[in-house]
Design a protein around this ligand. Structure first.
Ligand code: CMX
Length: 435
């Protein structure tokens, strides 16, 4: 048994006991209130989900199993002391709650390498789509198609007991995570490089191999890929993609179907697609001002034009965060440390940081005027020549699928219930309000 699986097998009985005891002895403890306001505003802030992999504090940002972003970047195993940490190590941490050793990460990397063969029917399904199909549609299609080989669904059909659901779910998750870079690189090469595909390099780690299969063998980009895939991995349970996958998975749909559902949510412009929208907005802004890095005044004018046109400024604001997203800060620091600040797109992103929050504050609508992860990620990709903005949400999705899969494994291990909240009619709300 791999050390990942054995750590889970050892820990799950205690986690189950903790959850059972909460349910048996404290089920009536009130966590928050469902009000008419919450029902009509997307349940914003309603405490009604459980997620152990990560927690999002409005001011501090994300913590992965209790660790901040700087802490995981420092403590997780790395290919070399100067490199970024292996995102697969963070997946181990999300799954088990334990900081992995270098040996455990190497074992997981090897496990993923051995599972990375994508069934030919997945490529056939992709090849049946027009090449200009949005990359997120292609990505979702490929993930859905892989459900054909789900080990969970086969085991479930054979009468698998509930206590063991997590085991074939872990198998499916390992297969899925192993294959995602192959699938995503296939989509990239198909969409933008004339379908000239590149084989995996077994010498490389999971993240670096993704960069290699995209066709970028620059070691700096491989390191950026590690950082990118680490930063986007998980953002607790209530965001659109994780929440959607959780609901679908609660019906015991397999990992592929559940993750694909979340990926479809990630493809929305208010969620993951904001990274695409942000780069497009920046390019339009720059084009508007002769392709130069715009001045502060020009950014202010353009931001106001966007707001007055009743559009959102992509990459700014957040449903939970009320401060600059530490995922943004990590990317900004990375760009400055690597001397990327002079690149016109990176410089424009930094100028937006100086201007847009002030504009959004003056506008007075957004509860948070600060940048989120999507405000910076595209500029780093452009720096290394990946300027196909339509592909950016696939990069996000490769990473986020890991966090979602970890959450699903936890749900299965805990025997989480079918998700079925109660809806009400507007008339019922009016009655409740005494109208
Ligand atoms: N530009 C313009 N208006 C904005 C805004 C922005 N960046 N952020 C919020 N607002 C507006 C909202 O549209 C809303 O307007 P209405 O009252 O007319 O509907 C008002 O401010 C209040 O919204 P909020 O409570 O602050 O924000 P929400 O929780 O409703 O939405 C989010 C959060 C992220 C969808 C919103 O800030 C937004 O649209 N941002 C731009 C898109 C973006 O960057 N999304 C990525 C988020 C991170 C991720 O999931 O990847």
């Amino acid at each position: 048994m791999s050390s990942l699986k054995s750590r889970l097998a050892e820990k799950i009985p205690q986690w189950r006991a903790d959850v059972r005891s909460l349910l048996k002895e404290h089920a009536d403890v009130v966590l928050g209130e469902a009000t008419i306001g919450k029902a009509l505003t997307g349940m914003r802030g309603l405490k009604s989900l459980v997620c152990d992999t990560s927690y999002l504090d409005p001011m501090e940002g994300i913590r992965f199993r209790g660790y901040t972003i700087p802490e995981v970047r420092e403590a997780l195993p790395k290919p070399s002391p100067e490199s970024e940490a292996f995102p697969t190590g963070l997946w181990f941490l999300l799954l088990t709650g334990e900081m992995p050793t270098a040996e455990q990460v190497q074992e997981l990397e090897q496990e993923l390498r051995s599972r990375a063969t994508v069934p030919s029917y997945v490529f056939a399904a992709l090849d049946a789509l027009p090449t200009d199909t949005h990359p997120m549609v292609q990505f979702s299609t490929a993930i859905t198609a892989m459900s054909h080989g789900s080990k969970f669904s086969t085991a479930y059909a054979s009468g698998l007991g509930k206590g063991d659901y997590w085991q074939p779910t872990l198998e499916d998750a390992l297969d899925l995570v192993a294959r995602l870079p192959v699938v995503a690189a296939y989509i990239y090469r198909r969409a933008y490089k004339g379908g000239q595909h590149i084989d995996a390099n077994p010498e490389l780690d999971w993240a670096a191999n993704f960069a290699h299969m995209m066709g970028i063998d620059n070691v700096e980009y491989q390191d950026l890929m590690r950082l990118y895939l680490l930063l986007h991995i998980d953002h607790e349970g209530g965001n659109v993609s994780a929440h959607t996958s959780h609901v679908v998975s609660s019906a015991l749909s397999d990992v592929y179907l559940s993750v694909a559902a979340g990926i479809n949510g990630l493809a929305g412009p208010l969620h993951g697609l904001a990274n695409q929208e942000c780069l497009k907005w920046i390019k339009e802004l720059m084009t508007h001002f002769d392709g130069q890095v715009p001045s502060e005044e020009q950014v202010r004018t353009y931001a106001w034009d966007t707001l007055n046109g009743r559009r959102v400024i992509p990459g700014f604001g957040h449903a939970v965060l009320r401060n600059t997203d530490p995922r943004y800060t990590a990317q900004r620091q990375y760009s400055l440390a690597k001397g990327m600040g002079e690149h016109p797109v990176v410089a424009t992103v930094h100028r937006l940081f100086d201007v847009v929050p002030g504009v959004l504050k003056e506008h007075g609508k957004a509860k948070s005027p600060w940048p989120n992860v999507d405000a910076h990620s595209g500029a780093l990709q452009v720096y290394y020549g990946v300027d196909q903005a339509d592909f950016y949400t696939v990069l996000f999705g490769v990473s986020r699928a890991m966090g979602i899969a970890a959450q699903i494994i936890w749900d299965r291990a805990m025997g989480s219930s079918l998700e079925r909240p109660k809806s009400m009619t507007v008339k019922m709300l009016q009655d409740a309000a005494g109208i």
